[in-house]
Design a protein around this ligand. Structure first.
Ligand code: FDA
Length: 503
């Protein structure tokens, strides 16, 4: 190996990782971040850093021959996905048997590709999901700090009511109201002031040019502009890109040694490196952090890891569905790609649903109202190591999403009845299908807080080894998760800095 040693390593550059690196850097601790994706700051031949959703090229997709968009068809036709050259693109879909998990790849992780929805969970549900966390401290300090750092902002109500770009959301609100459901604004990390200037033609368009999911060229206040910029600003944090961490072991003196496998953007393998550190923070997300620990346990490089590592995974009850509005309710050929509203029906005791009113910026009138429903599905998956291939697989059967589909169906059936409308059956593949239930955007769990770790993300069985990302949350949080991941990471790293780290 190269024999490099640094005080602290953070694996990944998503929400949990970015928070961790900033606070370590501020405390004066030399920190190296290792990210398997690229730094997205160089324009391609078209002058843009990211490609659009409607004309994807190789920048869209992490090493595949074809894009894998979630809404894969229109009128059952395979018109959405495109062949692409394999490349270190920004969006990955990790396909396990019963579940395709979307994740961001690059400096900023999920913040590069996600919808920016900055939702705070209900306090009662948060308390139920993470009972060992002091909710008073979270809601008093850590959530407000996370929202401020992430620059969460709300759409101006008067503009929302009159702009053509949110007709789709007003139509969805009317349908919800008829069904007796409450619609409200939801904060977003996309800068709504910038979006208004897009609408008036003062600045280049991004949300209003159907950009999201494969990156936003403007307006999105992703982590590279917030936490990571601040982390680099401490002068103590560096980021190595296109470095995938594949192995972790521990030396007798307590040093952790990582194997990193660098590649170039076309996927050519460069010489592997070994990097040693005193403090190791895993922020590679639910899939990434869990994979590293499951492999380390089952190949014997960290043999004291327990059975809870790999358990407690869930897709946050994610289900997508579209309703066909009547001709009286066009949703608009022009749609902002950024959601601004949600329907909060979590109080329905039989089938609690929190639904993002999702845009479908196709560029023509579709009449569709799209929803990403977050439901309360108690089913959980488990990660297992396959020794023959050294791959880590997710055990999750397709049927495990049945409770989520049932909740989404109860919610949308009510909406359809109240409005005399029906589902769209043509959006999720070649056969008629109303619910997108075989993919998710919100992977959570695998190294659950208080089980695989202590109450602050310290991994059970090892000193100075931490998980600080979505892997800590046990499969469900009731709303879009990145604000919770960020706030929880703030809380955990604060404690670790105070108690564990010699300065
Ligand atoms: P995150 O996944 O952000 O970061 C992990 C990073 O680690 C990645 O950059 C990855 O490349 C890197 N990595 C993984 N393994 C590695 C390894 N072995 N070595 C080196 N690097 C490695 N949430 C929300 O709240 N509001 C929303 O609107 C949306 N919308 C949305 C849309 C889409 C399309 C997606 C895919 C996701 C969302 N989400 C969302 C979910 C949200 O983006 C997600 O919950 C967070 O990004 C998770 O944050 P983490 O810190 O856990 O990891």
């Amino acid at each position: 190996g190269s024999g490099a040693f640094v005080p602290a390593v953070v694996v990944g550059t998503g929400y949990g990782a970015a928070v961790t690196a900033l606070r370590l850097g501020e405390a004066g601790i030399g920190t190296l971040m290792l990210e398997m994706g690229q730094l997205w700051n160089r324009p391609g031949p078209d002058g843009k850093v990211f490609c659009g959703m409607l004309d994807p090229d190789r920048r869209s997709t992490w090493f595949k021959n074809r894009t894998e968009a979630p809404i894969a068809s229109f009128l059952w036709l395979d018109v959405v996905n495109r062949p692409v050259q394999p490349y270190a693109g920004v969006l990955d879909r990790v396909n396990f048997g019963g579940m395709g998990v979307y994740v961001g790849r690059g400096v900023g992780g999920g913040s590069l590709v996600n919808g920016g929805i900055a939702a705070t969970p209900r306090r009662s549900y948060f308390g139920e999901v993470l009972p060992q966390v002091d909710a008073g401290e979270m809601y008093g300090r850590h959530f407000p700090r996370a929202l401020a750092m992430l620059r969460a902002n709300e759409i101006a109500a008067d503009w929302f009511e009159r702009t053509e770009w949110y007709r789709f959301a007003r139509v969805a609100r009317e349908a919800a109201t008829k069904a007796g459901m409450r619609t409200r604004f939801v904060p977003n990390a996309y800068d709504f002031a910038y979006m208004r200037r897009e609408a008036s033609g003062e600045v280049p368009r991004s949300a209003l040019a159907a950009e999201v999911m494969y990156g936003n060229n403007h307006g999105k206040q992703s982590l590279d502009k917030t936490y990571l910029a601040a982390a680099l600003g401490t002068g103590k944090v560096t980021i190595e890109t296109l470095h995938r961490v594949t192995k972790v072991r521990r030396e007798k003196d307590g040093t952790y040694v990582l194997t990193a496998e660098p590649i170039d953007a076309e996927g050519r393998r460069l010489a592997p490196k070994e990097i040693g550190c005193r403090y190791l923070f895993l922020g590679a997300g639910s899939l990434g952090s869990t994979e590293l620990l499951v492999r380390a346990r089952d190949t014997g490089t960290l043999p004291d890891l327990g059975v809870e590592v790999g358990a407690g995974w869930g897709p946050n009850g994610n289900v997508m569905a579209g309703r066909a509005n009547t001709l009286l309710h066009p949703t608009g050929a022009r749609q902002s790609a950024i959601a601004a509203t949600c329907i909060d029906d979590w109080d329905d005791p039989a089938a609690p649903v929190f639904a993002d009113v999702a845009p479908l910026p196709a560029g023509f009138e579709t009449g569709i109202s799209m929803y990403l429903a977050v439901t309360r599905n108690p089913e959980r998956g488990t990660f297992v190591h396959d020794s023959a291939t050294d791959r880590v697989r997710l055990r999750w059967e397709r049927e495990q999403n049945a409770p989520a589909v049932a909740a989404a169906k109860s919610f949308l059936d009510r909406m359809n009845r109240a409005n005399g409308t029906d589902y769209r059956y043509d959006l999720f593949g070649p056969r008629p299908k109303a619910f997108g239930d075989d993919f998710c955007y919100h992977p959570l769990g695998g190294c659950v807080l208080g089980r695989a770790t202590d109450a602050y993300g310290r991994v059970a069985g090892y000193r100075h080894l931490y998980v600080n990302d979505g892997a800590l949350i046990p499969g469900s949080i009731g709303v879009n998760p990145f604000v919770t991941i960020t706030a929880l990471a703030e809380r955990n790293v604060e404690r670790v800095l105070a108690e564990d780290i010699a300065r």
